[in-house]
Design a protein around this ligand. Structure first.
Ligand code: SF4
Length: 407
């Protein structure tokens, strides 16, 4: 695969493409929203048409958000991997007494939060499995415990699945439950547990996962209460391109109604340790073409709707992430991963990438590094290539695709 589609001008890329595709791309650049049928047509393109799509997505990214590539300094805390749901695509959840199962006490969560803050984290991303006997107020208690120590930190936490679990456990109405979490310090919600928003596929992926209408209800209620969320799509398993488009269409409709999505994050399926793959039902993850296609399509489809398209380096690896940053994406996600600080980098589970390494990779991609908050306010903009301070050498971080709760 040739990553250098941006060496040609936009006009040249369109000239080389077939007339129908070039016209569609030109219309999108001119501001006409991409329709579902048109987007589906673009999922089939190859050759010069495919390169023109990537080139157009990069141009739209430039017009929408400029040349900065943002990232947030954060830490993931997956407070338990015990889970009763049993999603077939998950390599993270464990039975209560299974080897390697854990449930972090509040003090440990707070200790990790404090450590992350000392290292410059502005965000904690907190998610976990769903243990059978979880106290429905546990999510609130986590927030209160952290906020007592770190009132200024942004807590990005609890998937819509966890929110629904808390609602069921406490018997509180959804708006009341969300308000309680907000008052306890919840800053935003990960738009995970979306996987693919199609109930037929969801039944195959996980019998007991919340239905599409419930996911939408949690997200839209949160938005109305002033709690922003991200949005995600898991791809590369049993779905087809038409499912991506329907999923994105639903997200775009929600965004038009609430404006509460801060970003869209395509999440490539990490297949190795999953029942879905081992049973022969799921594919072995996405291809490079699909990775580029999903990010480029997202940029086109969400133009004028969701500004920020994130390349998830934990799922894609660094090289493919950098390629996606040339194909419509403008954000590199977060720096710190679960277990990253207390265990040596790249050892057994997670990984740690310093902000300086993020900045160096962004410069390598020819762009301008910038640190942001969770909600995309800029904190610092760093010099681009040539104007940077020297970064101390350090062995490159080992990338292992992460199949934790981050879908
Ligand atoms: S994806 Fe989440 S809900 Fe599903 S099994 Fe894994 S930890 Fe449990």
């Amino acid at each position: 695969m040739d990553w250098r589609w941006n060496d040609v001008s936009l006009e040249e890329a369109w000239r080389l493409a077939s007339p129908g595709v070039a016209r569609l791309l030109e219309q999108t650049i001119a501001g006409k929203p991409l329709g579902a049928e048109e987007a589906l047509k673009l999922t089939e393109v190859d050759g010069a048409d495919f390169l023109a799509l990537l080139r157009t997505a990069d141009e739209l990214r430039r017009r929408a958000v400029g040349d900065r590539i943002t990232y947030v300094v954060n830490r993931n805390i997956n407070f338990t991997n015990i889970c009763i749901v049993g999603c077939r695509f998950c390599g993270f959840g464990r039975a209560p007494k299974a080897e390697g199962s854990y449930f972090l006490p509040l003090e440990e969560i707070v200790a990790r939060a404090v450590e992350a803050r000392k290292r410059g984290a502005t965000e904690l991303c907190i998610q976990g499995g769903l243990p059978r006997d979880l106290d429905g107020y546990h999510y609130r208690n986590i927030l209160l415990a952290i906020k007592t120590e770190l009132p200024e930190i942004h807590i990005h936490a609890f998937s819509p699945m966890e929110i629904v679990y808390g609602v069921e456990k406490t018997g509180l109405p959804l708006p009341e439950y969300l308000l309680m979490l907000k008052e306890a310090g919840l800053g935003s919600i990960p738009g995970t547990a979306a996987e693919v928003l199609d109930d037929d596929l969801r039944r195959i992926l996980s019998q007991d996962k919340l239905k599409v209408h419930r996911w939408v209800e949690v997200v839209t209620t949160a938005h109305r209460l002033g709690i922003p969320t991200t949005s995600t799509l898991m791809y590369g398993h049993i779905e087809e391109p038409r499912h991506w488009i329907r999923h994105m269409l639903l997200l775009r409709e929600i965004q038009a109604e609430t404006g509460g999505f801060t970003e869209f994050v395509p999440l490539a399926f990490v297949h190795e340790k999953t029942r879905l793959f081992r049973s022969g039902k799921g594919r072995a993850g996405s291809t490079a073409r699909e990775d580029l296609l999903v990010h480029a399509l997202a940029r086109l489809f969400f133009h004028g709707s969701i500004r920020n398209i994130q390349a998830s380096w934990v799922k894609l690896g660094f090289e493919m992430s950098k390629a996606c940053l040339q194909a419509g994406a403008n954000d590199f996600g977060g720096t710190l991963m679960e277990e990253s600080i207390s265990k040596s980098a790249g050892a057994t589970f997670g990984e740690y990438v310093s902000p300086e390494e993020f900045q160096a990779m962004i410069r390598d991609a020819g762009r301008v590094p910038a640190e942001r908050t969770t909600t995309y306010e800029l904190r610092q903009v760093f010099p681009s290539r040539g104007g940077e301070a020297a970064v101390p050498p350090r062995p490159p971080a080992v990338h292992r695709p992460y199949s934790g709760t981050g879908y």
